[in-house]
Design a protein around this ligand. Sequence first.
Ligand code: NAG
Ligand code: NAG
Ligand code: NAG
Ligand code: NAG
Length: 422
Amino acid sequence: MSAKGVYIPKFVLVSFTVGVLGYYVVRFPLLPLSSETKLSLGYSRESLLNMTMRVAKHGFVAREYSVETKDGYVLGLQRIQTGGSVKGGKKVPVLLMHGLLQSAASWLDAGPGAGLAYLLAKDRDVWLGNVRGSHYSRRHTTLDPDSSSTYWQFSVDEIGRYDVPALIEKVLNETGSETLTYIGFSQGAGTYFIMCSELPHYCEKANLMIALAPAARQTNTKSVLYRFLTESMTYLEGVLTSLGVQEVFSKGALSQEFLAFFCQLSSLSTKICEMGKDLLDSLDSLHPGSITNDTIRTLFSNFPAGTSVHNLARYGQSMKSEYFQKFDYGQQKNLVLYGSEEPPKYNLSAVTVPILAIYGRNDGLVDTKDVQWLLQRLPNVKESMEVKDPLWNHLDVTYSQYTGEMIFPKINEYLNKYDYAS
Ligand SMILES: *[C@@H]1O[C@H](CO)[C@@H](O)[C@H](O)[C@H]1NC(C)=O
Ligand SMILES: *[C@@H]1O[C@H](CO)[C@@H](O)[C@H](O)[C@H]1NC(C)=O
Ligand SMILES: *[C@@H]1O[C@H](CO)[C@@H](O)[C@H](O)[C@H]1NC(C)=O
Ligand SMILES: *[C@@H]1O[C@H](CO)[C@@H](O)[C@H](O)[C@H]1NC(C)=O
């Protein structure tokens, strides 16, 4: 870090500050712009379509479900199939879980040739979950996300405890299958491990778990921007909460619309869309040419999709802790909540399902050292694969144009291996 010197473009810092502070309570009145206005400004059509329409354009059928968690959050869940028919038979359904600040739409942004949801759906019944607080899951049975601070009191601890099991149960209920394959990217993997530790009987509902750049402990994370962002939240959470700021980087917020806006103006985009690329590069690490310009444009129509300040603070803690553990509220509150001064550590021995792990050497957000730390503690890792391309980084998992060569073949090999026994 220090040797190379780290350059974070000023724009990036400004946009993050705007994202945190500039807009949170009331949605910005002039943005979002209407679709007609956006089209006339030169936005790409793909970026204006909702998920169902985007998928349909490429010959797939999407259906929307909603799922209620035990603590009242209402989550969006999408299902993608070819030609409307369920790929039944011997194929086990697949549930994909996105990463921090993403939504289910992330699995589609790289387009039909590289988006993992498309690659998988050619052959399988694919389900895309959305975690609480993100764009498709910003609902609750009794709490109003726009006005309730209680709604935003969640982190990966609650996502793993409530959201992941509810989504798994819904997929099994709807398909009538006894098992599914869980594919989790980053936070989507970490929250699965949390579930296994807290509710072991749900863990066993997967025949196979595929961990893509899994985020658990993050002691060695290199990204200066990501550290700055999350660690500052651990200090600022109290202040922000007292100011009524609990939700950050939501879709439709100024920072997201700002990026989407500038990235879409086709006449300006070659220059200005680079700011979006700068943002991703500073957040992760450089992998020139991996993410196409089209994908950049499309992804900023739905990224970032929002989360809570509390969740970012929880990530900030995981950068500084040697353990994969629950939120640290300080000794006194820990004692009340957990019955111990230290936050309880998650029991990774409880993750008994077979695991395929895939990670990249150049990952700026989840360092290979922390992946190794995790893999040593998981009792049933069948294989761990470092992606052949040495520049493979974190965001490549959902956005690279090369997923079809770099990670899909291994994923598919394992899916086939673990389909229902014939
Ligand atoms: C997506 O857009 C289409 C056409 O406007 C609409 O019929 C459909 O209900 C929308 N789906 C969702 C989930 O909003
Ligand atoms: C799944 O089905 C069971 C039994 O019918 C029901 O109790 C449960 O609430 C359902 N879960 C979801 C998430 O739909
Ligand atoms: C992508 O955009 C950059 C400028 O941001 C430009 O230099 C490059 O040629 C574009 N690539 C393609 C394939 O259009
Ligand atoms: C962790 O999980 C393993 C496997 O389920 C179990 O044997 C062990 O008792 C658990 N440890 C703790 C501290 O709960």
